[in-house]
Design a protein around this ligand. Structure first.
Ligand SMILES: Cc1ncc(COP(=O)(O)O)c(C=O)c1O
Length: 411
């Protein structure tokens, strides 16, 4: 038997049926037409963002990194809840605009921006977070050809990392941003070329659950932004201090203490270094806003035994929910929180079962030897924490299965 991750505490059942945004899982599947199905509860997203706003200093901008979940109805609902979108491609730019986000509230980070992506972003007035001197040259050239003043910020590869983060985007040799010791020179060059310099983008890492490490990285980020701005001799309009707030996926994971992070940030920003006194600050978060709001529902197609072990084979799998299979940035495979949606909260004798996906690869396990009520054909498996890096972060074309359905409730 292996433990599964913590199911968010607010999930409840009615007559043994899991409720998502007050609707029974089975009726949601009927409404969507079939499984596999991602359901995202906008009510949960709204309360998460509301709580974070209360915890953070007044005036801190909250940006949504839409790579976490770009489902169009969710994006449209997000435009009224956050201060900006962070995009990572021309495709995301089109989706952000379609969702109704104003171009001057969109910033574009990511290595390898193609000329057509720079063209679209500069042409619409989106801020480009420059990843290199070469990208700056191409962006300035593109702006000249378009006859516009480009909005350009410099993404800095900081000289520190975010300790304990699941993915490190800063510190040491990285393909992201410009090394801190060259960042001021690049900002100066951009200003001298007549661009509208928007400031700094400093993103040290992602999926961190260590509150003190986040506080320390944010303090280092503000100090670095001040040092670089002094070198440039200009106050940056915006300092994007990154994000990295993680969510509890696995057994033993505890949520970050947002209040403690907010208090430390408030202290740092109440009396900032003089050169940053007029700067605005932003935090850029993806999974923190949406992960807990999503549930992946998949139907048990077959139940079988092999060498004394019980397997429930479902109609979904890693082609929709790669992260839960342990193949998206985790070193050791551990179980996401899972339950049988139609036997939720039922005090039945539990037995160990492995939830295997329908792909013919041993990698396709949504849960390994977890204790669940006896599983039968037709049961619905719920994988929680599925609102981020699910449908669009999984190899959905693999083996030609149909894509998962997606729906938003509580919108
Ligand atoms: C530049 C940037 N911003 C935001 C994010 C979102 O991270 P998370 O979803 O962990 O908040 C990432 C993650 O890779 C990133 O690289």
């Amino acid at each position: 038997m292996k433990p599964s991750g913590p199911i968010p505490l607010w999930f409840e059942a009615e007559d043994g049926m899991l409720l998502i945004g007050d609707c029974g899982a089975r009726s949601l599947i009927d409404e969507a037409g079939d499984t596999p199905l991602f359901v995202y509860d906008m009510g949960t997203v709204r309360s998460t963002i509301g709580r974070l706003r209360v915890a953070m200093p007044d005036g801190l901008h909250l940006h949504y990194a839409m790579k976490a979940n770009p489902f169009p109805p969710l994006l449209a609902a997000m435009t009224g809840l956050v201060d900006g979108f962070d995009i990572a491609s021309g495709g995301e730019l089109a989706m952000a605009l379609e969702a109704g986000m104003a171009p001057d509230r969109i910033s574009f980070a990511g290595p390898g921006k193609r000329d057509d992506e720079l063209h679209a972003a500069i042409g619409t007035g989106v801020t480009i977070n420059l990843e290199s001197e070469g990208e700056a040259r191409r962006a300035l050239g593109m702006a000249e050809r378009l006859g516009v003043t480009p909005r350009l910020a410099v993404r800095v590869n900081p000289d520190f990392d975010l300790k304990g983060s699941g993915m490190k985007m800063g510190g040491g040799a990285k393909p992201f941003g410009v090394d801190a010791d060259r960042a001021a020179a690049l900002a100066r060059q951009v200003i001298d070329a007549g661009a509208d310099w928007r400031g700094w983008h400093i993103f040290a890492g992602s999926q961190a659950l260590d509150t003190l490490a986040i506080i320390e990285a944010q303090a280092q980020t503000v100090a670095l932004a001040a040092r670089l701005s002094e070198e440039v001799g200009r106050t940056p309009p915006l300092v994007n201090i990154g994000g990295g707030l993680g969510v509890p996926y696995f057994p033993g994971d505890l949520p970050v203490d947002a209040r403690a992070i907010g208090l430390a940030l408030e202290e740092a920003l109440t009396l900032p270094p003089e050169i940053l006194e007029e700067s605005a600050f932003a935090m850029e978060l993806g999974r923190y806003f949406v992960a807990e709001a999503g549930v992946y529902l998949t139907r048990v197609v077959d139940v079988k035994e092999s060498h004394g072990e019980r397997f429930a084979i479902v109609d979904g799998g890693l082609h929709h929910q790669l992260a839960a299979s342990g193949n998206f940035g985790t070193v050791v495979r551990r179980n996401y929180p899972v339950a049988i949606a139609n036997k939720f909260g039922v005090e039945n004798a539990a037995e160990p079962v492995t939830i295997a996906g329908c792909l013919c690869t041993p990698l396709d396990r949504l849960a390994d030897k977890v204790l669940l009520p006896p599983v039968q054909e037709g049961d619905i498996v719920a994988v929680f924490m599925a609102g981020a890096y699910g449908a669009t972060a999984s190899p959905s074309a693999f083996l030609g299965h149909a894509p998962a359905r997606e729906m938003l409730v509580g919108g």
